[in-house]
Design a protein around this ligand. Structure first.
Ligand SMILES: [Zn+2]
Length: 428
């Protein structure tokens, strides 16, 4: 493998440094580096971060290849600066056996654009009744450590308790999609002033918060580890903050869209804004930003949820829930967290790489930029400003809420173990 010299990029937003990549690893970090025969990548004015890690991606394969495949999803991930993604289990068939998680893991290896770590289902068929083969998935070649019925909530307290107890044996974690099903029957959007005015069935904050409260208590009771997916309310932040203050092993994520968008957008009746959990209020958005800044929320996770046009381009009540997010996540985080002064670039590296890698027990990712470390890196231009054009997406789907919106920042290059998956903003 050839050598690559990234010259004069600001490491984690700090001082300009040179980084020499030799093969799969970082060989040297310093100033005034030279290397005979190395390809030089100009880093001036650019930021160098560890490759991003997503804890929450829907790659849709097997079963819904019309919306995304492992290949198209990992290409989208590379464009967004990601070097590893966790693939959620709500595929067809559901990833609830060693066979299915190994299939997804193998497809990820073949794609070559980004590492794919399969998430295993907590219950058979995501039906919430019987625990899936958690141990077999953990022992499989896919080495599953994160288990989730995402898309559905593990609402049975006994099943949740058993899952939490089971994953302790291999250092696993249960990632909960917190949605009390009875309180959200037929729910279409956040319950509040806007839902009242529009006459759409509301999705109360308490439906999320009551499950989170129960699950942090359960995790503490059995001494296990719980991760809360896509926090969306100020109340959820308060519960997680309280659980952490007790020293319990609780982590949480927030999506880029919940850091930026509010339920006021539902007034357009444009289903591109229909998502689970729903967009909340301005006060919730501000609480989520603050919690990500102070570390109460551990990480940003995209909840990249591709859907074909026919599933989104219909009447609000019939439209599928979800948004694509891999290719815009870093820009939205720059806009909401960095450009507002809430987080610096080393904070972004922590919340989008180091912490998600630690939560997912992912070796080789989220590492410091230092000699000897795997060369998983993203080089970005923070000065770039441009409107989002879904036609440019590498994802197979186009359901972005940011079409035409000007966002800052652009990924210039992504390196996966020393190999450029993206160069000059384009897939290699
Ligand atoms: Zn979910």
């Amino acid at each position: 493998m050839s050598k690559i010299l990234i010259r004069g990029a600001r490491l984690l937003g700090g001082e300009p440094m040179d980084v020499l990549i030799d093969g799969e690893r970082i060989a040297e970090v310093g100033t005034g580096l030279t290397a005979e025969g190395a390809d030089v990548v100009e880093g001036e004015g650019r930021i160098l971060l560890p490759g991003l890690v997503d804890l929450h991606t829907h790659l849709r394969e097997p079963g819904r290849e019309d919306s995304e495949t492992v290949l198209t999803g990992t290409r989208a991930a590379a464009v967004g600066g990601y070097t590893a993604v966790h693939a959620m289990a709500n595929t067809f068939p559901v990833a609830d056996t060693a066979g299915v998680v190994e299939q997804v893991w193998r497809l990820g290896k073949e794609s070559g654009y980004c590492d794919v770590q399969p998430v295993g289902a907590v219950t058979v068929g995501l039906e919430g009744r019987k625990l899936a083969e958690l141990g077999a998935m953990a022992d499989s070649a896919a080495r599953v450590r994160v288990f989730s019925d995402d898309g559905k909530c593990v609402d049975d307290a006994v099943i949740m308790r058993r899952a939490l107890e089971y994953v302790k044996a291999f250092g696993g974690v249960v990632a909960q999609h917190a949605q009390e099903p009875r309180l959200t029957e037929g729910a279409q959007m956040n319950e509040g002033i806007v839902s009242g005015e529009l006459g759409l069935t509301g999705w109360p904050a308490v439906a999320e918060e009551s499950i989170i409260a129960r699950d942090v208590l359960l995790a503490a009771h059995v001494g296990s580890r719980v991760h809360i997916c896509h926090l969306s309310t100020a109340g959820s932040v308060e519960i997680v903050r309280w659980a952490k203050s007790k020293g319990w092993d609780v982590t949480a994520e927030v999506t880029p869209h919940h850091l930026l968008l509010t339920d006021e957008l539902v007034r357009t009746y444009n289903p591109v804004y229909k998502v689970n959990p729903p967009l909340r209020t301005e006060a919730d958005v501000m609480a989520l930003r603050e919690a990500l800044a102070d570390g109460t929320i551990d990480c940003v996770a995209t909840d990249h949820a591709p859907h074909p046009t026919e599933d989104k381009d219909c009447e609000w009540p019939a439209a599928a829930m979800g948004m694509v997010g891999l290719e815009t996540a870093l820009s939205v985080v720059q806009h909401t967290m960095v450009d507002t002064g809430l987080l610096d670039w080393s904070g972004v590296a922590d919340r989008m790489s180091a912490r998600p890698a630690a939560i997912g027990r992912l070796a080789g990712h989220g590492r410091p930029i230092a000699a000897g470390e795997p060369a998983n890196l993203v080089l970005l231009d923070p000065a770039y400003r441009g409107a989002v054009n879904p036609a440019d997406f590498a994802s197979r789907s186009r359901n972005t809420p940011y079409e035409g919106r000007e966002l800052p920042g652009r990924v210039i290059a992504t390196f996966l173990r020393g190999r450029a998956t993206v160069m000059d903003g384009k897939l290699t």
